[in-house]
Design a protein around this ligand. Structure first.
Ligand SMILES: Cc1cc2nc3c(=O)[nH]c(=O)nc-3n(C[C@H](O)[C@H](O)[C@H](O)COP(=O)(O)OP(=O)(O)OC[C@H]3O[C@@H](n4cnc5c(N)ncnc54)[C@H](O)[C@@H]3O)c2cc1C
Length: 375
């Protein structure tokens, strides 16, 4: 860990570690097999206050900063990547409401964020990477905006009750709006059957003549791309934390297994080939942690963090996948079996190379940032 936690952050960290080990860890494989959270677990997560972690105190939340937020995501992800992924989808959306919502909208919806889960909808069936190709629209009629279209592959889609969506308000112009599942014309669509992160619901929503006032617009007309980018940069800190959490989870499994498992008469942990893999996983975890913690620190200090958060996700997503592959190899045949959690960690890790911006898009962004830094 490269950050020094303050006393209240340390207390949160200990609470999250205890909760995750007691309540989440025993259900990790159940969550993957059942493709969802047992209701009792979800109720405990909400009751414990995880949803309100970054909600300001004046709206009933715990008001923790990005460093504590990322630490929480790491602590949860070390026990279940899916639960951490659900929280990540919620936090990035709440963060944009905090940054860009009008005062009256924040008053209405930030208290809701302590109990109801939020999601961010940008991707459409015809593509996610190129947002200017989006077709879902908002058209002004008198005092109202009429919202139409669908958004797919939303983290928490189906479970979330409140969404921020990017809608076309003119040619080459996107604007961000808040929609609530209780608005007339809002409908849930299909749920994805993804091969990893199977606890996290990822689904579609339809908007059919949903009517909202200007109050429900975040930022100004045409600021949708900027808000979408901001959501990505915030999310990528936590994606780095999930990647490092997956590495930690893999490391814990490998250390236990390699200590018990014998090559005839000695534990396989004494073999150089196994130590080599353990070392690779440990370094991957540490490097990823340094990157997302640095991004979280910069964000807490009000400094630019987009480049480092993108690096945390770009590096971390590949490091987590490779680490899970090493872990699988240490467990031999059992690593390939669904009797052990490593195979689902490998599947979970793969999602991180796509969600919150594909690896290919991040290559473009990082290369551009470092080019701009030179001039
Ligand atoms: C687990 C999971 C959770 C997700 N959660 C959300 C969410 O909460 N909200 C949301 O809106 N979306 C979400 N998504 C969707 C995700 O953002 C998109 O899948 C991603 O942006 C890629 O879009 P696409 O799948 O349409 O692929 P496409 O955009 O069709 O891309 C296909 C391939 O072409 C490459 N490519 C496309 N355009 C370019 C370009 N301009 N430059 C370089 N390479 C390019 C891509 O990198 C990719 O390899 C989620 C996806 C997953 C898997």
């Amino acid at each position: 860990m490269s950050v020094v936690l303050k006393e209240h952050q340390q207390m949160l960290h200990q609470m999250v570690v205890d909760f995750s080990r007691k309540e989440i860890k025993p259900l990790d494989m159940v969550i993957d097999k059942q493709k969802g959270y047992p209701k009792t677990l979800w109720d405990k997560i909400v009751e414990t206050g995880f949803l309100g972690l970054i909600v300001p105190k004046e709206f009933g939340g715990a008001d923790f900063d990005p460093v504590a937020e990322a630490q929480t995501i790491f602590d949860v992800a070390s026990n279940s990547a899916s639960v951490a992924f659900t929280l990540e989808g919620h936090y990035k959306t709440v963060d944009q409401l905090k940054k860009y919502g009008k005062a009256s909208l924040k008053e209405k919806y930030l208290p809701e964020a302590n109990k109801r889960i939020f999601g961010f909808g940008s991707t459409e069936p015809q593509g996610g990477s190129n947002v200017m190709g989006h077709t879902a629209s908002a058209v002004k009629e008198g005092d109202y905006w009429i919202l139409n279209g669908n958004k797919t592959m939303i983290t928490n889609g189906g479970l979330a009750e409140v969404y921020l969506v990017l809608l076309k308000t003119a040619e080459n112009e996107l604007t961000c709006f808040l929609v609530d599942k209780d608005m007339p014309g809002f409908k849930y669509g299909k749920q994805e059957d993804f091969f990893g992160m199977r606890g996290t619901p990822v689904g579609e929503i339809f908007l059919e003549n949903v009517k909202v006032t200007d109050e429900y617009m975040l930022g100004k007309i045409g600021e949708g791309v900027m808000i979408g980018d901001s959501a990505h940069y915030d999310a990528r800190i936590n994606m780095g934390a999930i990647a490092a959490g997956i590495c930690q989870h893999a490391l814990d499994i490998v250390l236990d297994y390699a200590t018990e498992r014998k090559a005839i008469d000695k534990p396989i942990i004494d073999l150089f080939s196994i130590q080599n893999k353990i070392t690779e996983i440990a370094i991957a975890k540490e490097n990823t942690q340094l990157l997302y913690e640095e991004a979280a620190k910069l964000k807490s200090q009000g400094k630019p963090y987009d480049k480092v958060s993108t690096m945390a996700k770009s590096y971390g997503s590949r490091a987590a996948f490779t680490s899970c592959d090493h872990a699988l190899q240490v467990l031999g045949g059992y690593g390939y079996s669904n009797e052990y959690p490593v195979e689902h960690l490998l599947r979970d890790a793969r999602a991180l190379q796509i969600a919150e911006g594909s690896l290919e898009k991040m290559v473009i962004e990082i290369a551009k940032s470092v080019q701009m830094e030179r001039v």
